[in-house]
Design a protein around this ligand. Structure first.
Ligand SMILES: [Zn+2]
Length: 89
């Protein structure tokens, strides 16, 4: 389970669930438009919304703060963060 300690968010693997948007059974996160569980691929379809949901859920930001921070062009892109954290196979 992912947890937040102060300003540090620790992202842990989650059990596979059905993606609310595409129906695939994969690791999901509650970053859908209304907090639904969605897969990484669906999260990339609307990255600004996904990042805003992450900012609200992981960092306790208000909707306004979360949208403003998601729109920051200097923030890391989801695909880059995922590539940096995935274990080599
Ligand atoms: Zn999906």
């Amino acid at each position: 389970m992912s947890v937040r300690i102060g300003d540090l968010a620790i992202i842990a693997p989650e059990p596979k669930m059905m993606c609310f948007l595409c129906g695939k059974v994969e690791e999901t996160r509650p970053y859908g438009p209304n907090g639904e569980e969605i897969c990484f691929t669906c999260g990339l379809k609307n990255e600004a919304e996904t990042v805003a949901q992450m900012n609200m859920r992981l960092f306790g930001q208000s909707r306004e703060e979360a949208e403003r921070n998601a729109a920051n062009p200097s923030r890391p892109k989801m695909a880059d963060v995922r590539a940096a954290t995935m274990k080599p196979n």
